[in-house]
Ligand binder design. Structure first.
Ligand code: ADP
Ligand code: MG
Length: 434
């Protein structure tokens, strides 16, 4: 019976991996940190044969702990869906001689300064990028006119759009700098304090989900993104498979394959975000050495009938993968966001699950403090809509969203909520792009 070691079992994608592995008769162990482990649900704990607690904030110690544990349980595969753990994963796989990515380049799929260098070396078309350490360097970029508005400021090691700002004018620079410098991340891991300054690329955003095995890459699909406008770019929808003219698709795949090679992905999934410019050019925004989050794996299952969890396990085990689509459908996820800052008073009109609506999930509790989303983690919940084609699915999703009313009361809670005007998602700031 194969034995699989998963770096972090929390989260929907990891949950699906664990369930798939156990259903295949595999033994599954997880590595995590004590605070995260405390939040594991009982059904997840029941599926795990064992769990190693380590400290991901100490990379050398974590590597030693994971490799020792993997030897002890006789791990046949080690994998993760957590982007923060992809550099550690590459090192673990290399020391165990298991299928994985090149540890010498794995940081480049996590750290945007290293990614910029790797992209430049491999001729990946990417935005003009400056890596700055302090405000004076940023000021010099302005005074020498090397950067002009609008441009993008982001942290070197962020994720989920956290701390990313599109700066439109001089008045927005200080807040954007501060946002990029505010440390975030997971597990208390040390983060590179560098700030990335990039030309703003105008266009339509897509991601490409790919699986690479022994250096050979299969692109599962392209995903069309709905992203908020304004200073902060929150992903409020993913729809797939995106159908693009063959010459555009070829150009995208070429850039994505360069990006995959640049960051040393040999065995595993990748999620590459690209901007398609008005002249059909393809600019790579970033790459992660993991499957797309935000329900993308589940959408692939619904729309294409490919089991991404089995494919990830097969790749990590060194088994042949089956990536042949068995369905020709379409799927979208739409995220709910708060129209303003306050407390979530109610969410009315949520659809029930049923045919064509496999998932409706509100992750924010009524009464919780909410604000206009500035990053993906500020989203309140989501619904997944499936159907035979893009038109049907998009129309159905828009119809369902129009029924939903998100009521947010100001802080402190007003005594009589009935007197307040209610905002529909379509009328409210961040919701407009749903
Ligand atoms: N250079 C850029 N030009 C235009 N939009 C950008 C650029 N960089 C980032 N964005 C927007 O900000 C979002 C988040 O930035 P990204 O680099 O993907 O950081 P993260 O790792 O936090 O996801 C992107 O999905 C995109 O919408
Ligand atoms: Mg991104």
């Amino acid at each position: 019976m194969p034995c699989v070691l998963l770096l972090e079992a929390a989260g929907p994608e990891s949950g699906a991996l664990v369930a798939t592995a156990v259903a295949s008769g595999y033994e599954v162990h997880a590595v995590t940190q004590s605070e995260t482990h405390a939040a594991y649900r009982a059904d997840l704990r029941n599926l795990l044969t064992g769990c190693l607690l380590t400290d991901f904030a100490c990379p050398a110690q974590a590597l030693h702990d994971v490799v020792t544990y993997a030897h002890r349980i006789g791990a046949d595969a080690v994998l993760t869906t957590n982007e923060y753990l992809t550099p550690l994963l590459a090192k673990v796989c290399a020391s165990l001689g298991l299928p994985g990515n090149d540890p010498a380049h794995a940081d480049a799929a996590r750290n945007k300064a290293a990614m910029h260098e790797a992209f430049a070396r491999h001729g990946v078309t990417a935005p003009r990028t400056f890596v700055v350490d302090d405000k004076n360097q940023l000021r010099r970029l302005h005074t020498t006119e090397r950067i002009i508005f609008p441009y993008v400021i982001k942290p070197a090691e962020g994720a989920g759009s956290a701390g990313v700002t599109v700066v439109h004018d001089p008045a927005g620079v200080a807040a954007a700098w501060q946002a990029a410098r505010t440390p975030r991340g997971m597990y208390g891991m040390p983060l590179d304090p560098c700030v990335i300054v990039q030309d703003y690329v105008e266009g339509t955003e897509y991601s490409v989900e790919s699986l690479t095995q022994n250096g050979s890459t299969t692109h599962l699909c392209a995903t069309r993104k709905a992203v908020t406008a304004g200073n902060h770019r929150v992903e409020v929808g993913h729809s797939l498979p995106a159908v693009l003219p063959p010459y555009v698709e070829r150009a995208i795949h070429q850039e994505v394959e360069r990006a995959i090679a640049a960051v040393g992905i040999h065995n595993g999934a990748s999620h590459t975000e690209v901007m398609l410019t008005p002249d059909s050019g393809c600019v790579v925004i970033e790459i992660g050495a993991r499957l797309g989050a935000g329900q993308i794996g589940f959408l692939i299952q619904h729309a294409l009938g490919i089991d991404p969890w089995k494919a990830l396990l097969d790749t990590a085990l060194g088994y042949p993968t089956d990536l042949t689509p068995t369905r020709d459908d379409y799927a979208t996820v739409r995220f709910l966001t708060s129209p303003r800052t306050g407390r979530l008073a109610s969410v009315a009109g949520l659809p029930t699950t049923g045919p064509g609506v496999p998932v409706v999930h509100l992750r924010t509790a009524i009464g919780d403090a909410v604000r206009e989303a500035q990053a993906n983690h500020g989203r309140l919940g989501h619904l997944v809509v499936t159907g035979p084609d893009a038109d049907t699915v998009d129309r159905h999703a828009e119809f369902l969203l129009a029924q939903i009313t998100i009521d947010v009361v100001p802080e402190p809670a007003a005594p009589n909520s009935l007197d307040r005007p209610k905002l529909r998602p379509s009328q409210a700031g961040a919701q407009e792009s749903l």
